[in-house]
Design a protein around this ligand. Structure first.
Ligand SMILES: Cc1cc2nc3c(=O)[nH]c(=O)nc-3n(C[C@H](O)[C@H](O)[C@H](O)COP(=O)(O)OP(=O)(O)OC[C@H]3O[C@@H](n4cnc5c(N)ncnc54)[C@H](O)[C@@H]3O)c2cc1C
Length: 297
């Protein structure tokens, strides 16, 4: 049996390890467009705040480790198209630009998610960065060495952690959100009031109820302009939320309106022999006994 896994951060790594443990004779091929596997994004803020000293400590597996389990790890290979009917894939080797075909008996989609990036005027200025993968982590840490004024946009759990980390590094830190509370999706007001007071006492500029409209600067960002104010910035991190990375299967599999792949309790998608896991699909949400898009590890 040949099993192809597309994407290899957490869901992909977990799938490969479990498949090889339970079905050691299966042939497993991994296609991952990045040059690394298993990066723990949840440690980026700890790395920025120097709680963890090197970004490389945020990996718990490697292509070599997966190869040693008997999987074939094809790094820097992007799957361009899937023909579900004929169980075929079109794959591009990103190093040589060669495009070739492969086939599968079973397919595991662990395509993940990508940060939401609204089209802001000035959004292409330098030093407006994302926070998701290893390369983003290196970029944030390098740029923050020279930044005095850091603006974090989005006060969800990632923005809040980063604001704390930047402040720990002595940066003038501003945390902006359109909601009237930080972490509004996660905690009730009685808790967020306490957290907001803590942030303010530590000198973080908390800007709530304001919508970012544009960025100003010559080549590099200098200011963040909202509907009610403007804030100096030489580094901006966008932490607005995530969208499932499922363009590859758009219109081919059943999804929620946001593109999250719908799976059943056996993680089967609407196509036979095709499974999905992680940030690219829905999860069962026990409190409400339904399924939802919750992109968390
Ligand atoms: C800053 C940050 C902090 C976080 N903190 C927490 C936390 O504290 N707790 C928690 O539970 N969760 C946290 N999360 C969320 C958690 O990291 C994600 O839920 C998890 O990474 C999802 O793993 P995944 O493997 O499903 O997807 P991803 O990590 O998105 O990986 C998908 C992989 O698929 C690859 N891929 C996609 N398309 C293709 C293709 N066509 N061909 C080849 N490869 C492809 C991508 O390159 C990528 O490596 C955090 C996330 C971030 C960004």
């Amino acid at each position: 049996m040949k099993i192809v896994v597309i994407g290899c951060t957490h869901a992909g790594t977990a799938a490969v390890v479990n498949i090889k443990e339970n079905y050691p004779d299966s042939e497993v091929v991994i296609y991952e467009k990045n040059n690394n596997v298993s990066f723990l994004s949840c440690g980026i803020a700890l790395n920025v705040g120097k709680v963890i000293d090197t970004t490389e400590k945020l990996f718990y597996s490697s292509p070599e480790a997966l190869n040693s389990l008997g999987a074939q790890t094809k790094m820097q290979h992007e799957v361009l198209n899937i023909d579900f009917k004929n169980k075929k894939l079109s794959v591009k080797d990103l190093l040589t630009n060669e495009v070739f075909e492969d086939n599968y008996d079973k397919l595991v989609l662990t395509l993940g998610s990508w940060p939401i990036v609204p089209k802001f005027e000035g959004g292409t200025l330098d030093n407006i960065v994302l926070c998701k993968n290893y390369n983003h982590a290196l970029n944030i840490i390098e740029k923050s060495k020279y930044a005095k004024n850091v603006v974090v946009i989005g006060a969800g759990y990632i923005g809040v952690e980063l604001a704390e980390a930047f402040k720990m590094q002595g940066k003038n830190t501003t945390l902006i959100d359109a909601e009237n509370r930080i972490m509004a999706k996660y905690l009730d007001k009685e808790f967020t009031d306490i957290a907001e007071t803590e942030f303010k006492n530590k000198g973080v500029n908390i800007v709530l109820g304001q919508k970012v409209q544009k960025f100003e600067g010559t080549n590099t960002v200098e200011k963040v302009i909202t509907d009610k104010g403007e804030y100096n910035a030489d580094l901006v991190v966008l932490c607005i939320g995530f969208t499932p990375n499922t363009k590859l299967v758009q219109g081919k599999l059943e999804t929620l309106p946001n593109g999250a792949i719908i799976i059943d309790e056996y993680m089967r998608t609407s196509e036979e022999d095709v499974f999905a896991a992680g940030d690219c699909c829905v999860v069962k949400y026990n409190p409400a006994k339904d399924t939802r898009y919750i992109p968390l590890a």
